[in-house]
Structures are given as C-alpha cells and as structure tokens.
Write a protein that binds this ligand. Structure first.
Ligand code: NAD
Length: 489
C-alpha cells in the first residue's frame, strides 16, 4: 500500500527522497486520536533511507546554495501559494492525524504554514549587515549556506513546527531532510507534493518517515548533516546532543516548558480568567502553555471561582465540530502518560478541583483519547506536578503574597520558554517582565508570535534562538571578509 485516503484526501505514505517516492519494506501504523482507527500504514525508514536522503540533499546542495536569492525566494513563494491552495486538505488531514481542532487548522495554523515560507523568502532578500571599517580595512559580513539540515519535529503542531524550520533553512540555501513525528506524519508528505509542484528542485527537500530511534537517530548522527534543528522533549534532545557532539554539528533545540501565568492583584480579572482558560487550547499539548497559574492572594478567591466556572464549561468533542473547544490527546500512550502525572499528583497530596481523569463517556462512545480539563490546588514545589512538563490539559493553581514572591515562584523552574504576566499597571509590567526568566514574556496577552521576533527557551527549554535574522544566523555559516585598504588589490 503506497497511499492512504484520509478525510477524502489522498496521501502518499512513502518517503520523498531525491525527488521521487521510495517505499520501505516495513510500515508503521498511524492511528487517529479522534476514534482510535488506523488511518494509514506509513513507510518505516531507517539507516538506508536516511543515507539515501542525506546523499540526495548533499548532491542538491551544490546547485541550490548557488541559486540566486531572488530565484530561491520566488520558488518558496510558490510553495506558500501551494499551501494556501490546499489549506482545507491540509487542515482536514492534520485534524484526523493529530486530533487538534479543525477550526484552528483552517484559520490559524495552516495559513501560518504558508507564512513560514513567505516571511523567510522575503527576509532573505533583505538580509544585510552594513559594512564597517577597521583601520581603513572594510569588513563585509555574509551568510553562507551551511549544507544539509536535519529537521526533526513533534506531533502537537506537525506541519507548522516543521515549516518554521524548513522555511528559513531552504531560504538560507540549505537542503533539508525532514523526519516528521511518527504519531502525525501525514501532512509532511503533502508538503513534499506541494513543494515539488512549486518547482523546488529534486533533493532540496526530502522526507524520511519513521520512528525516532530508527530514522531520527541515524539522521542526527550522519556526518554529512551540517545543522540539526530539533523540536521536542528534553530526553530526546539529550540523546541528539550526544550524536551532534561527535560530529561537532550545530544544534537548535526548542524543547519543553513549565511556564507561569503570573496574575498580579491589579490585573483585569476578565482578561486574567480568559488567558488562564486559553491554556487548555490544543488539550494543553502546547510547549508554551502557561500551566502554572500564580495568583496574588487578594484576588485569588474571585479569580478561582470565575476561572473554574469557565474551565468547567469547556466543550469537549470531535475536533471537526465547530462547537468543540477541546479535542482528544494525541493517542493512548500519551493519555496514559498524562493520567500517570495526575495520579501521582494526587498521591503526592495535591487536590483535584476540576477533572482529574479521562473523559470515559466520550472515549467509550468514540474510541478516542479525550482527557478532562484538570485543575489542581494545594500543590507546592516539592511535587512533580509543579516541576515536570505534563503536555496535557492539566493546570495548577498557587497563590503568592508579594510581587517579589510572585516573581520568585514564576522563575522557580528548570525551564524558561515563556512567561505570561497580567497586571493593570504599566510600571509594574516593565519592572516585573524584566525580572522573568523566559525566552518570551507576554504582558496582558498570550501567543502573539511574530516571525521576525527571536524565539527559543532558556535552561532546559532549549538552545538558541530562531526567527528573523536569528534563523539565518543558525542555518548559515556567517562569514566576515576583511578587505585591505584600496591600493593593495
Ligand atoms: P519527542 O522528543 O518524543 O519526539 C520529537 C521528535 O523526535 C519525533 O519526531 C521523534 O520521532 C524524534 N525522535 C525521538 N527519538 C529520537 C532520537 N533518538 N533521535 C532523533 N530523533 C528522535 O517529543 P514529542 O513527544 O513528539 O513532543 C512533545 C515535546 O515537544 C514536548 O516536550 C514539547 O514541549 C516539545 N515542543 C517544544 C516546542 C518548542 O517550540 N519549544 C514546540 C512544540 C513541542
């Protein structure tokens, strides 16, 4: 079987290597979280497929890296056109594959996929650093394409996260071998079709499907890979880091988080409650989610009452239904993992004030993997639930007395991906945001992400920054050429 029909869309389930479809002898099952059904049997790649894909990417690099910037940019704009023309197909397939809401895919996620190509294509054409002088010598900075780039991504927003790396890597003149997540691999295959139709030359983008240990591991260990761009969990990053170190391959790591939502006592409570409820988006499977809700004592009682009422009113159901606010978790294994965190939190003495279990009725009726929005109270720093990333719809409520205490609690984490602050005072906003330890701080807002902004995490949340010129700094070998004063050449 080389294709699957998913939500009426035909998807090739083979790899895309050197501009052609390649099948593996083995396949893996792709299960839909909406109902537990097997929706595709996908080629299961390993060392041989990785070797072929890296060789194709290396060969294609010679011409692609020398293709004039304007021509590369034009091709990437055509890829974006192709994505826009197929938004409905991509949204339908992604929803079936990873269980995220169809309305989010249609209106937010898939348009952003197109922007991931357009923005970096445009930025490439503006990339410049002013020449500068040293004792009459002229310094000239340039961004040279680095080579074959491995892009390894997770399942919570598969195509958006992959293209946020593939877009700038291709714009920079690199060639790519992408390894999509085994729990939601299908839209990467559609992207290969779209890129091919847009005129991206053979070998410039390759897609190898497979499991992390079988296809991901040989890819990051490959000596011809010159950049590793990884989004995923800390334990996987540690393994990838070991491989990368052996070849001295530069890495860009976007990892997990345990971000705070810090609500000060002068906050607009409507806004604070709205932002807190938003943390259940995508069933909490969001790296940036502000899962530790920290509220100043004076307003806690009112905040708590209003927040719990709103959270209890969340509509769970089929992700294709416009009325659903929250769909399922990505699969059985992940549901058990989330439930394990909840059970251990209870055993540690935390109090469940909402949810605390799978949505048994919905799961029995559909065969899917739904988990109830869950809120804990009575937690402290000694408990796993306040320290480890759950990656599910599980939030904790804690209070603090002074602004200083609040900042200390917000920063009391090994992660440092994002922090959200709610306050009605401009001066406090400036003062407190400056003290928060996070790659991104949102003040009275959440998830406003511009592609020109630096994005990445501190501590265990990652290594490096991407976005705007920061992306080109990573995907390129940045060079400084020093020209002697006139008269010498
Ligand atoms: P994961 O680390 O298990 O897997 C991510 C990818 O790595 C998958 O494609 C997997 O196949 C691959 N992989 C697994 N083992 C590998 C190995 N040994 N070598 C190479 N590749 C390997 O993560 P996940 O469960 O798929 O995703 C959830 C995690 O991703 C969470 O921690 C979440 O916070 C994080 N995440 C971070 C961001 C961010 O931007 N910071 C965004 C989304 C998700």
């Amino acid at each position: 079987m080389t294709t699957a029909v998913v939500a009426g869309v035909e998807v090739d389930t083979r790899h895309w290597i050197g501009g052609r479809r390649v099948a593996s002898a083995d396949t893996f099952e792709d299960v839909s979280p909406l109902d537990g059904s097997v929706i595709a049997h996908v080629s299961r790649g390993g060392q041989a497929e990785v070797d072929a894909a890296v060789a194709a990417a290396k060969e294609a690099f010679a011409a692609w890296s020398r293709t004039p910037a304007a021509e590369r940019a034009a091709i990437l704009h055509r890829v974006a056109d192709g994505v826009e023309a197929r938004i409905e197909d991509l949204a339908q397939v992604e929803t079936r594959d990873n269980g995220s809401l169809l309305r989010s895919h249609r209106r937010g996620v898939m348009p952003r996929v197109a922007t991931n190509f357009r923005y970096f294509a445009d930025h490439l054409l503006e990339l410049a650093h002013p020449d500068f002088e040293t004792r009459g010598h002229r310094n000239h900075v340039s961004w040279d394409p680095a080579g074959v780039t491995a892009v390894i991504t997770p399942w919570n927003a598969p195509l958006m996260l992959a293209t946020w790396r593939i877009g700038p890597a291709l714009a920079a003149g690199n060639t790519v071998v992408a390894k999509p997540p085994e729990w939601a691999p299908l839209t990467a295959s559609l992207l290969a079709d779209i890129a091919h139709e847009a005129g991206l030359p053979a070998g410039v983008l390759n897609v190898v499907q497979g499991l992390g240990t079988e296809a991901g591991a040989p890819l990051v260990a490959h000596p011809d890979v010159r950049r590793i761009s990884f989004t995923g969990s800390v334990p996987t990053a540690q393994r990838i880091g070991e491989s990368a170190a052996r070849n001295v391959t530069p890495v860009s790591f976007e990892l997990g988080g345990k971000s705070p939502l810090l609500v000060l006592d002068d906050a607009d409570l409507d806004l604070a409650v709205h932002l807190a409820v938003e943390q259940f988006d995508n069933s909490g499977q969001v790296c940036l989610a502000a899962v530790r809700i920290l509220v100043q004592e004076g307003i806690y009682a009112e905040f708590r009452e209003r927040f719990l009422a709103r959270a209890a009113a969340i509509t769970q159901g089929d992700s294709r239904d416009e009325a659903s606010d929250m769909g399922p978790l990505v699969g059985r294994t992940h549901l058990d993992r989330v439930d394990g965190f909840v059970k251990r939190a209870v055993a540690d003495g935390a109090t469940v004030v909402l949810g605390g279990e799978p949505h048994h009725e919905l799961n029995n009726a559909t065969g899917g993997f739904y988990y109830r929005p869950t809120v804990f109270e009575g937690v402290d720093r000694s408990m796993e639930i306040t320290c480890q990333e759950v990656f599910g719809p599980v939030l904790t409520l804690q209070t603090f007395a002074t602004e200083e205490d609040g900042v200390a609690m917000a920063n009391d984490t090994e992660y440092g991906l994002a922090a959200t602050l709610v306050t009605g005072d401009r001066e406090r906003a400036e003062r407190v945001s400056a003290q928060l330890n996070a790659g991104t701080v949102w003040v009275n807002c959440f998830f406003v992400r511009d592609l020109s902004a630096p994005f990445g995490g501190n501590g265990r949340s990652g290594i490096g920054r991407e976005g705007g010129t920061w992306s080109f700094d990573f995907y390129c070998d940045v060079k400084n050429s020093v020209f002697a004063p006139k008269g010498w050449v």
